[in-house]
Design a protein around this ligand. Sequence first.
Ligand SMILES: Nc1ncnc2c1ncn2[C@@H]1O[C@H](COP(=O)(O)OP(=O)(O)OP(=O)(O)O)[C@@H](O)[C@H]1O
Length: 386
Amino acid sequence: MAAPLLDVRDLCVSFPSRGRMIPIVEHVSFTLGERDILGLVGESGSGKSVTAMALMGLIDSPGVQITGSALFRGQELVGLPQKQLRRLRGREIAMIFQDPMTAFTPVYTIGWQIDEQIRAHERLSRKQARARTVELLAEMGVPDPARTADRYPHQLSGGLRQRAMIAMALSCNPSLLIADEPTTALDVTVQAQILELIRSLRSTYGSSVLLITHDMGVVAETCDTTLVLYSGRVAETGPTDALFAHPGHPYTAALLASIPPLDGPRPHRLPAIAGAPPPPLERPAGCAFAPRCAYVHDTCLPAPPPPLVPTGYHPLTAQPDEASAHTSAAGTSPPPVQFAACVLPAEGTPLPARLTHSELSTKPNFDTPDQALPPPTSFSSGEAHQ
Ligand SMILES: Nc1ncnc2c1ncn2[C@@H]1O[C@H](COP(=O)(O)OP(=O)(O)OP(=O)(O)O)[C@@H](O)[C@H]1O
């Protein structure tokens, strides 16, 4: 199998506070292949941005502790000196953010800023750099790119600014684009256009994308693979289609159940996940979702469970594992995918025994059984999510 573009193993990020280290991201592992789009999804505060910033070497808080490994084309990013990281950023790895105004300086034109980015990495004259800027803006679907290049950031609409930021990020043809909530601030029509643009990057630029979002709809439309982060830990990962059709983790299932169905009867109220993720210092020893889980069981409590991945799929790549790959190569059909589940019952099977009320109420942030998510019938069949 070809080496992945990005191979992250056991990434942990902790920040110091009042003499203690607060673990924000714990043992996050995944790989991203060439031209793949991986969605990093989770609620606000789950550690998505911290994961991305750690990979980019952009966390400069004093005392931050980053451990584990992140190999980019075989080069270790964790602990890489800033000088070398700076060389990689822009040229090999680029990042775009929710708010393009944070990426552009308000006092220079869009074109000038993209020209400078190009000239920082390539030996081009001003004229050549501007020609490349205009070409890039045109490729990003910016109308009248030569005139738009002469505009200041505040003179562009949110969608155009986002296109201009993607143009700047792609100006040096990076292999990896990290997109942190790139469509959150945009209206739905522009959001769809930007997602289409991001999807097209792999064919036009050969780029892989790490897409950070809290929106399962965005993931469904855009990502090959999905990694669900909950309270700084990986809850579940797998090919997006499979994960959406058969979520194995009650958290994934609950996130999916909270998306309005496109067809069929509209529910009176969408199911919400009661409670909130635990603060990092109150994270339970076992599954961090246990305090909010309708299916919590005593086996969930002693230690964090390993991330769920469909049976037959590799836990890091979320691709068919070696055995399945060999079977396909031999010309026979791959074995049917079986879906792992932590405690999610198969259709028709009874729920596992629940913890007693007193056990539940001794845990921080625990919802009472009455407040907990009702067992949604759609969880086990997955039909509602297709
Ligand atoms: N420099 C920092 N020092 C201390 N804590 C931090 C720092 N940066 C982030 N955090 C904490 O890390 C946690 C995860 O933050 P992060 O921004 O990664 O979440 P997120 O999943 O990206 O959420 P959102 O979708 O709201 O952006 C939060 O509790 C945040 O307060």
